[in-house]
Design a binder for this molecule. Structure first.
Ligand SMILES: [Fe+2]
Length: 361
């Protein structure tokens, strides 16, 4: 199949799940041009993409289900995972083609997924600190995360989640904070992504940033008008690295099981902090009690402290924190941020000091 034919097939499939993504034939060549393909993984490449705030898909990231023999099949993996959750553990799940939000026992969700009877979608089943960590090793995707150096409140923002979905499941346009990775053990998903505020300005809604009562407004002409609009397929063995400034709409094509993690790494930290100081982070939009108000200040301090230690530390330490990509992150931010926003966010003293350090890194 040619690239155009493949594009046409994939877009026909997702339009069958959601008619707002139906693409007229004339749009297909431009859609094909916007596809991102997977590339072989290296830590340096991942840091470069993070610094430039670009989504990237990597092959052969060393993430694995360890310990148990026979976890190569998806049924075996899911059975092993089911035994790692406490019996009564509940999780949020979208059920059925109409995506009704419910709370069900994890074991029941996995039974439905395994039995291939009902469409399910779980994206926020937390596994940090649970026994699931005994069998999944994601060190390659989290050991550069500065959040692990923070207080309890901060370290709870550093999450690992199990992602379980059946074909037909659609996740409506939303964004996540902070940056994240998604490793796919088995399955296939199609992701449509775009820069959140560019999208909002053009009329594409984001359920995390805006009050949306039904489905987030989406329109193909508007989507394709965005310079930041990209799409890609994540399938078995792939790992997606997604900066938090990208809103996404996701379609599950094949039975999917994966692990997601959220992090702040030095390469993307300037852009993240700038956005949080100016627009507010997503976790504080949902935080009515105001418990997370101090977190941005704390993250700015930790980034500054980590960057200083790396600057004065060994090459090994610099490599671990991605210190040599901090300057790329700074340059990207300096080029792509308006003067108004820069002026406003540089009033934050720790951030300002961090920016100065990054510009000389
Ligand atoms: Fe997401």
């Amino acid at each position: 199949m040619t690239e155009l034919e493949t594009t046409s097939e994939i877009w026909k499939t997702i339009a069958g799940m959601d008619s707002t993504v139906r693409a007229p034939k004339v749009m297909l060549p431009e859609i094909a041009r916007r596809r991102i393909y997977s590339q072989p993984y290296s830590r340096d490449k991942m840091f470069i993409e993070m610094a430039k705030r670009r989504p990237a898909i990597f092959r052969d990231v060393p993430v694995f289900a360890k310990g148990k023999k026979g976890m190569e099949s998806k049924d075996a993996l899911i059975r092993t995972l089911s035994t790692k959750f406490p019996k009564g553990e509940l999780s949020n799940v979208q059920v059925g083609p109409t995506r009704i939000p419910r709370r069900l026992p994890v074991t029941e969700i996995m039974r439905r997924w395994e039995g291939q009877r009902a469409i399910v979608g779980v994206t926020d089943l937390h596994i940090r600190g649970t026994k699931v960590e005994d069998v999944i090793d994601t060190k390659a995707l989290s050991d550069f995360n500065v959040l692990i150096r923070g207080t309890y409140n901060l370290s709870t923002q550093e999450m690992m989640t199990l992602v379980i979905a059946s074909p037909g499941n659609v996740t409506d346009s939303h964004s996540d904070d902070p940056d994240g990775t998604n490793h796919c053990f088995f399955g296939k998903k199609v992701w449509l992504v775009w820069e959140t505020f560019e999208g909002i300005e053009a009329g594409l809604e984001d359920v995390e940033r805006q009050d949306v009562y039904d489905a987030a407004k989406f329109n193909m002409t508007k989507y394709m008008s965005l310079p930041s609009a990209r799409w890609f397929v994540v399938s078995t063995g792939d790992t997606l690295s997604l900066p938090s400034n990208m809103t996404h709409k996701v379609f599950t094509l094949d039975y999917y099981i994966g692990v997601g993690s959220f992090h702040v790494g030095l390469p993307g930290s300037i852009d993240n902090l700038s956005r949080w100081i100016y627009h507010g982070p997503l976790w504080s939009l949902a935080d009515r009690k105001g418990e997370n108000v101090e977190l941005v200040d704390e993250i700015a301090r930790i980034c500054l402290r980590t960057a200083r230690r790396a600057r004065d530390g060994s090459p090994g330490m610099q490599e671990r924190w991605g210190y040599s990509y901090l300057r790329d992150g700074y340059k990207h931010w300096a080029r792509n941020t308006s003067t108004t926003i820069k002026k406003q966010v540089l009033k934050h003293l720790d951030f300002r000091e961090f920016v100065e350090l990054a510009s000389n890194a």
